[in-house]
Design a protein around this ligand. Structure first.
Ligand code: ARG
Length: 414
């Protein structure tokens, strides 16, 4: 059958096997439409195959970012972003960000919170081949309590949040929360995201305080489970992290103030840590200029530093790590800048790459489809010049991107 269909053969100078950690030399990857059908050093390339020569490059599986907000990024004016935009604005520009993300080598993302189901529309348009972007699993509305990180705080009670009730994930109490989970799933959520603790880029006090009771968190996770969905929790605070783990979340996002006990709990429960440890740089250098309130920038100063130190403790203790950068807080397409910090704070370059490939695929329940260059998986493949196991920042300059067997970028063509 190989001879009948359009086969592609990638000649890979070096191939990173993210499962074994080995670097294989001079491999041939055979791709039949969108599926990897064979990999090896001595394969016969079918006569009609299209040959993609990456023999001077390092080839690895497409990268996966488990924490993006791909429908938005700061436009340069804090108040305009909050008060002068509608979900229609996000809907018309999201395709720019999805394309940038894909061209940066991220062939899949988990998008963890978007307005008005724009994320569902974007995911579907990508799946239908109408716009270009990574494979997406989306969370739809961020579920948060009244006054939480998911609400709009700091303004007059006579101003209301920009979305009507059915477009808001603000919910309180077990019954409302169960209904909110069902509502999100009804309209397309692949995963459920809720705010276990306060946040940085929002005006409520304290980044650490829990924002739901244990009973509420349990209800969210349980309801999601009934509908076959995993849950992830935005959690900076020490106590909120533990509450979320006990509730049974698949991943803790941010994890900034995690302590020893939290680290132990994550290991016991097999919870993934998805820590956005690059964006502190961007927030501290740019957000003052964007007009963000000083109070928010002060919160960032505290969180950014501690989050990196605590990430290192968690990483060294052997907590499962999946790559997630909070792209959208900083410009889309810069996702790979986080690798440098992951290596600076406790991971080997291989572990950092695994966090964004095989581990991320596991968290997203896509381990049988993506996350490694293996027989039977989708052909999501990237390449860089040089060796990212020696210098992980090379991943900031991805030169070749294939998703689902289609080449979207090739700067290595001779
Ligand atoms: N969305 C997150 C929040 O507002 C961003 C945190 C960014 N800062 C950091 N150090 N990770 O809480």
């Amino acid at each position: 059958t190989l001879a009948q269909t359009k086969v592609k053969a990638i000649k890979a100078g070096r191939l990173i096997d993210v499962v074994s950690g080995e670097v294989l030399k001079n491999q041939i990857i055979l791709i039949d439409s969108n599926i990897i059908v064979n990999i090896g050093a001595n394969l016969t390339i079918p006569k009609n195959a299209e040959i993609i020569d990456l023999s001077n490059a390092t080839v690895l599986p497409g990268l996966i970012d488990c924490h993006t907000h791909i429908t938005t990024q700061p436009s340069g004016d804090y108040y305009a972003d909050i008060f002068r935009k509608t979900p229609m604005d996000y809907a018309v520009t999201a395709h720019i960000f999805t394309k940038r993300t894909l061209e940066a080598g991220f062939t899949a993302c988990r998008d963890v919170g978007a307005a008005a189901f724009v994320d569902v529309a974007v995911r579907n348009a990508i799946n239908n081949g109408e716009i270009v972007g990574p494979r997406l699993k989306v969370a739809t509305l961020f579920i948060g309590s009244t006054g939480s990180h998911g609400d709009l705080n700091g303004f007059s009670p006579f101003l209301s949040w920009q979305f009507p009730k059915q477009m808001s994930g603000v919910a309180d109490g077990v019954d409302e929360l169960r209904k909110q989970v069902r509502y999100n799933i009804k309209y397309g959520a692949d995963v459920i995201k809720f705010g276990a603790s306060a946040g940085v880029l929002s005006e409520e006090e304290s980044v650490g305080a829990p924002q739901f009771t244990q009973e509420e968190m349990n209800a969210i996770v349980d309801e999601a489970k009934i509908w076959g969905r995993k849950t992830c929790a935005h959690a900076h605070g020490t106590q909120a992290i533990k509450m979320a783990i006990k509730a049974g979340v698949a991943s803790v996002e941010h994890g900034s103030f995690i302590d020893e006990e939290g680290i132990e709990l994550m290991k016991q429960h097999g919870t993934y840590l998805v820590a956005d440890i690059y964006n502190d740089d961007y927030i501290l250098s740019e957000y003052g200029k964007l007009g963000y309130p000083q109070k928010i920038i002060e919160k960032e100063r505290l969180v950014g530093r501690l989050q990196r130190e605590n990430f290192e403790k968690a990483a060294k203790a052997g907590v499962k790590i999946a790559f997630g950068s909070d792209a959208g807080v900083y410009p889309h397409g810069w996702n790979a800048k986080q690798f440098f910090y992951m290596v600076k704070f406790g991971l080997s370059p291989l572990q950092a790459i695994q966090s964004a490939t095989i581990n991320a695929a596991d968290l997203l329940d896509w381990k049988d489809k993506i996350g490694s260059i293996s027989k039977g998986k989708f052909a999501d493949i990237i390449a860089v010049e040089g060796n990212p196991l020696e210098n992980v920042s090379i991943l900031e300059k991805v030169k070749f991107v294939m998703k689902d067997g289609i080449t979207y970028k090739n700067e290595l063509k001779k």
